[in-house]
Write a protein that binds this ligand. Structure first.
Ligand code: SAM
Length: 255
């Protein structure tokens, strides 16, 4: 395992192969269910200004726009922004896709909601992560809401085998295409480390991803420091977080 938490966003992981393998479980139906959960947790009645921070190819942003919200999607990956735009056009919805680095977000009091969905936070050192929360706070109007969706560290730790590693495989095209994750946690730095083997189109390559794992109380402390009031800590089903929740969802209000 290599530790790669640094200044550099792990952009090599987020590419066409990522979308290819992830669409096996992020199907249109799943994306719709997740969008419904987002809307329910944020109580999104009427029309709101929503920032989808690190929106990927727009699977949630476009669906929120279809529900009548004014959505801005920021992602640093040009391919994902392009795909988001073309899916928006096909669905006849409008999303303002901005191909930008979230670490430079400078919007002020422009949004009712900042959404950070599906592990889109924590890729940097703690100081940078906290700075991003501060930028989210600045981008929100007073009373605006932040929804963070991150892995549940309690579950992740339990999934590690005796060697301190978990292995996950996703196959497509029969046995031909493979995404194989070797997942570990550096306990000293609380860093989730993924070594990902991708076998596809005749190539066999390995990419690395690292992400700071935060417990709910660590996140809560950082949210307080950045002038958020924590409203709820939930599991992936939108009910109370528990040891088997795959995700932790933190809802906070700009104060
Ligand atoms: C795990 S994906 C989640 C995407 C999306 N939120 C979803 O629900 O599918 C994380 C996203 O963060 C984006 N990303 C990584 N570093 C970034 C940065 N510095 N600025 C903006 N986006 C970034 C990647 O391009 C990728 O689309």
């Amino acid at each position: 395992m290599v530790a790669v938490l640094s200044d550099l966003a792990p952009l090599d992981v987020f590419d066409a192969d990522y979308l290819y393998f992830y669409e096996t479980f992020q199907t249109a139906a799943v994306n719709e269910v997740e969008t419904e959960l987002v809307a329910r947790l944020l109580d999104l009645e009427g029309t709101h200004d929503v920032l989808d921070a690190c929106c990927g190819a727009g699977r949630i942003a476009n669906r929120l726009a279809a529900r009548g919200h004014r959505v801005t999607g920021i992602d640093s990956n040009p391919l994902f922004c392009r795909l988001g735009r073309s899916e928006a056009a096909a669905a006849a919805v409008t999303v303002d896709y901005r191909c930008e680095d979230i670490r430079h977000l400078a919007d002020e009091a422009s949004f009712d909601v900042v959404l950070s969905w599906f592990s889109s936070f924590g890729y940097w050192d703690d100081r940078t992560n906290v700075d991003i929360l501060r930028r989210f706070r600045r981008a929100l109007r007073p009373g605006g809401q932040l929804l963070l969706d991150l892995p549940n560290p309690a579950l992740l730790m339990r999934q590690l085998g005796p060697g301190g590693e978990a292995v996950r495989r996703v196959r497509r095209a029969g046995e031909h295409d493979l995404m194989e994750d070797h997942i570990g946690v550096d306990l000293e730095s609380s860093e989730l480390q993924v070594s990902r083997r991708i076998v596809r189109n005749g190539a066999d390559r390995t990419v690395h991803l690292a992400c700071r794992l935060y417990t709910p109380s660590e996140l809560s402390a950082r949210l307080k420091r950045t002038r958020f009031g924590l409203t709820a800590i939930l599991g992936d089903d939108g009910h109370a977080l528990h040891a088997d929740s795959t995700r932790q969802l933190l809802l906070a209000t700009a104060i």
